[in-house]
Write a protein that binds this ligand. Structure first.
Ligand code: NAP
Length: 513
């Protein structure tokens, strides 16, 4: 059963005076029956205080105990899988296959952090024995606020990568549930809370707070005991929260992943020779009804002889597709509004609408694209804009005009290598991940994954919000100088009780000192 209550440090609190909100089934556009209570300022304050009080204990828990905690979350999620995925589908209209896929991805992400803790070297222990005895390692930064993402009710929400990486680091987490899937979020929060109880961890390490006005999120980010923020969503939301955090008396890091148009560059010879390109890209554009931050929003083609009607090829490939509705009517409204603006204006040279679904493909000459920066705005949904270049130089100018992106893709033949090299050189300073085949949708959870790019794609391009490296958002270095061995953390003790690989006087060594 979904209670609609808020979880304040281990206790589900019923507040009969709370403002109420409901979620909506995007398939029927009807409100779902459960009533959710907006959390109060008092609940926010008590949750943050409890998180802060539990921090010192949690920060010093052993890797072994954190592994047990993460594994118990996996077990509790599995026990509730059918309820979680049923609510997920009701609240998002995303199909069963996606629900199960995202559920599994959520478990797999947790597993990645289990393995990271088992191996342990992420703690980055280093020891310098010449001169003063200096030893350094990473230490958690404190209570973190995580904002659930509307487009990933599981993998980027309550037990998603932000929460799990923060737990693995030793940071308490306060989740601001996304109001579009508050029921899914609550079910997942129940599983996390049970894991906390079973592992006998302090209840303050997790609170789950609901609300559909910006006030709950703003209060959390503004609270002086909060030390970091993880966010995936709109540019306006991410930037507002970032600004709020910088205005605090103590500014804190906000790791906001705010979207991207993920330009695909198709070089001249590739365009001429690969007849499967349009089909593959079309599938990526409409995947998940286009609700991915890695959706290919711009396809830049180099076609000096004007021999390929690539926009038509992509739109033909999309024709006939049937897509589920977007996860919320507000997101659909925003998509429709942006397409209407493009259709009514004179910005693009052509706009193809699919008859079977809401997908659309635009076409614009590069010369026009280069004079109108609004054409590079993200259209969140199943839309892509084909930008046609008359030369390699024009393509390089388009690349140079791009703002920070999560990804870019360079598709070329061997014979395109010279221009590939120039493109790569320009794009490397603008993106987080560069692909040379395939499509950008699909973000593997591995250590070398980079999900985050220069502003405005993210607020801090030095970090990733996907993959095990995402843990570094929640850690900071602490050095110990001439500290007695008994007082050192285990990771830095002479006898190396954790068996870690450590950098000792510049060499990686796993034996005792
Ligand atoms: P959003 O408006 O950015 O909201 C995400 C979360 O941030 C919500 O929990 C919201 O809380 C909170 N929030 C937003 N602005 C805030 C502010 N000024 N102060 C405090 N809290 C704030 O994103 P959305 O609702 O998921 O979708 C809206 C649009 O975001 C989409 O149409 C799409 O363009 C974009 N989007 C991008 C991505 C991506 O991958 N980067 C993912 C999803 C959506 P409340 O709702 O409680 O106010």
């Amino acid at each position: 059963m979904i209670s609609g209550m808020n979880l304040v440090a281990g206790k589900w609190e019923d507040n009969s005076n709370a403002e109420i909100f409901q979620t909506r089934n995007p398939n029927t556009d009807l409100l779902l029956p459960e009533e959710f209570q907006q959390s109060t300022t008092d609940q926010v304050n008590r949750s943050v205080s409890a998180a802060s009080d539990s921090f010192e204990f949690f920060a010093h828990t052993s890797f072994k105990n954190r592994i047990l905690f993460l594994k118990t979350i996996q077990e509790e999620l599995l026990l509730a899988q059918s309820e979680i995925t049923a609510t997920y589908q009701q609240e998002s209209a995303l199909p069963e296959g996606r629900a199960n896929g995202e559920f599994q991805r959520t478990l797999d992400q947790i597993q990645c952090f289990v393995e990271l803790l088992e191996e342990g070297s992420f703690i980055d222990a280093s020891i310098h024995t010449q001169g003063p005895d200096l030893r350094k390692m990473l230490y958690p930064i404190g209570p973190i606020v995580v904002f659930g993402a509307s487009n990933f009710p599981l993998a980027f929400s309550t037990a998603g990568g932000d929460t799990i990486s923060a737990f693995a680091a030793g940071c308490p987490v306060l989740v601001k549930a996304h109001p579009y899937h508050a029921g899914t979020s609550e079910r997942v929060a129940v599983a996390i809370n049970k894991a906390i109880e079973k592992c006998k961890l302090p209840s303050g390490i997790f609170s789950h707070l609901g609300g559909q006005s910006h006030s709950v999120g703003s209060q959390l980010v503004s609270h002086s005991l909060i030390k970091g923020v993880g966010f995936t969503g709109s540019f306006s939301g991410g930037k507002a929260l970032y600004d709020l955090a910088q205005k605090r008396e103590e500014p804190i890091p906000v790791f906001a992943e705010m979207g991207s148009i993920n330009p695909i560059f198709i070089l001249e010879n590739k365009l001429k020779t690969d007849s499967n390109l349009a089909e593959g890209l079309a599938q990526s554009v409409i995947l998940g009804t286009g609700q991915f931050c890695t959706n290919p929003g711009i396809i830049v083609v180099c076609d000096p002889s004007d021999s390929v009607d690539f926009a038509k090829e992509v739109s033909d490939a999309i024709e006939g597709a049937e897509l589920p509705p977007m996860v919320h009517k507000n997101i659909q409204k925003q998509y429709d509004k942006q397409l209407r603006k493009i259709n009514e204006g004179e910005q693009v040279d052509a706009l193809f609408f699919a008859k079977s679904c809401k997908a659309a493909v635009g076409l614009v000459q590069a010369s026009k694209f280069l004079t109108d920066s609004s054409l590079a705005d993200e259209v969140f949904g199943p839309f892509t804009l084909v930008v046609k270049c008359k030369s390699n130089d024009e393509m390089l100018k388009v690349a140079a005009s791009m703002e920070g992106q999560l990804t870019t893709t360079i598709l070329g033949e061997n014979s395109d290598q010279e221009v590939s090299k120039k493109l790569l050189s320009k794009l490397q300073s603008k993106v987080g991940r560069i692909l040379f085949q395939g499509v950008p949708t699909g973000v593997a959870v591995t250590q070398p994954m980079q999900h985050g790019g220069p502003y405005p794609a993210s607020t801090d391009s030095r970090f990733s919000s996907v993959g095990t490296d995402s843990i570094y958002r929640w850690l900071r270095p602490v050095a110990f100088q001439d500290c007695p061995n008994e007082l050192l953390p285990d990771a830095l003790k002479n006898e190396n009780p954790l068996g870690l690989e450590r950098k000792i006087d510049g060499r990686i060594i796993s034996s005792a000192l």
